[in-house]
Ligand binder design. Structure first.
Ligand code: SF4
Length: 339
């Protein structure tokens, strides 16, 4: 067990602490664990149970996060531990995210941050991605690994539900370069009833991440009957346009029945197309469809002249008319991290 960061004692309540890592702000008596199941109060001190329990490591194409405007065509060293501060009933990684919340064994291996970074370099990865489960709950490992990665010339990426505390984002502000953040819905009821979260902190955090200069892409998993109305998708697109900027990529991802949401159907292509049209009509420059093999909506086109810039097939990509973040045809600037 490793001492946790970002927590405080509750004044006047002996041995009681409050975790300040995410917007649940769990208050924990000695012996209790937080809602994520991986932070525990031991005799008045908070500990993380996952610093030395790396449960998943893979070399992924950066496109798989998905990040489409962040060092395209490069490999990213992806890692995660068990646990999550959300309980999404449609979670696609529930075998990793949910066991600690159910008091099941927390599995994983101790891997030093130096070993993680040197492995990333040896596999010719250009970045480290904190992903699979929610990186907020393995904050200490993220912070230490990200520092080591920067020392060695790598960039850092988080794939997150965006529910961390402002303090946690502040601590990571100079360590993270790219982020794919879920904006799962524009309804607080959706967040409360299907995820055990809340909408407002996510919206606030997205603005904060942009302010700190992270390159942010947004993902919305469109689930039939849950978040697929024209009004809701319009609200999400308007938020991205007005609060984050027209250059922020929006990924509309196709739902497949998973975990506890097995009686809901796969997202119709027509719904994804509707979301695409909504995003474009509102003025978003880059809208993509995900989990739909071989579709034209996963390519990047110049928003100024329409020239094809990046062609994607699955997770592989081919750079066409893009050079150092500029369209080769019209010299228009394409937002992203390209070098
Ligand atoms: S990370 Fe969030 S869910 Fe976990 S203990 Fe801290 S405040 Fe609670």
């Amino acid at each position: 067990m490793t001492p946790a960061r970002l927590w405080k004692e509750i004044q006047g309540k002996k041995g009681v602490v409050q975790c300040e890592l995410c917007n649940h702000f769990c208050v924990l008596k000695p012996g209790e664990r937080g809602r994520c199941g991986v932070r525990e109060n031991r005799d008045g001190e908070l500990y993380t149970l996952v610093y030395d329990k790396v449960a998943a490591i893979n070399i992924d194409p950066i496109e798989k996060k998905p990040l489409y405007h962040f060092l395209p065509g490069t490999k990213t060293f992806s890692l995660g531990t068990m646990g999550c501060n959300f309980s999404c009933v449609f979670c696609q990684n529930y075998t990793l995210s949910q066991p600690p919340k159910l008091n099941q064994l927390i599995q994983g291996e101790e891997v030093s941050v130096k070993k993680l970074v040197s492995a990333a370099i040896s596999y010719n990865c250009k970045s480290i991605s904190f992903t699979y489960s929610e990186p907020t709950i393995f904050f200490e490992l993220v912070e230490d690994t990200a520092k080591e990665a920067i020392k060695n010339g790598l960039k850092n990426v988080i794939v997150s539900n965006g529910f961390m505390s402002e303090k946690a984002i502040y601590r990571l502000k100079d360590l993270i370069h790219g982020a794919n953040i879920d904006l799962k819905s524009f309804s607080d009821d959706f967040y409360k009833n299907l995820c055990d979260g809340r909408l407002k902190p996510v919206l606030k955090n997205l603005v904060l991440m942009k302010k700190y200069g992270w390159f942010v892409e947004i993902t919305t998993l469109i689930i039939p009957g849950k978040n697929d109305s024209k009004q809701e998708l319009t609200n999400i697109a308007k938020f991205i346009y007005n609060e984050l900027g027209d250059h922020v990529p929006w990924h509309l991802s196709r739902f497949h029945p998973d975990y506890k949401l097995l009686d809901t159907t796969i997202t119709p292509i027509s719904t994804l197309e509707m979301g695409y049209e909504i995003g474009k009509e509102i003025g978003l420059k880059y809208v993509y469809l995900g989990n739909v093999p071989h579709n034209d909506r996963e390519n990047t086109y110049c928003p100024e002249c329409g020239a094809p810039l990046i062609r994607r097939i699955g997770f592989s990509c081919e750079i066409l008319n893009l050079y150092k973040g500029k369209c080769k045809k019209c010299n228009g600037t394409i937002s992203g991290i390209w070098e």
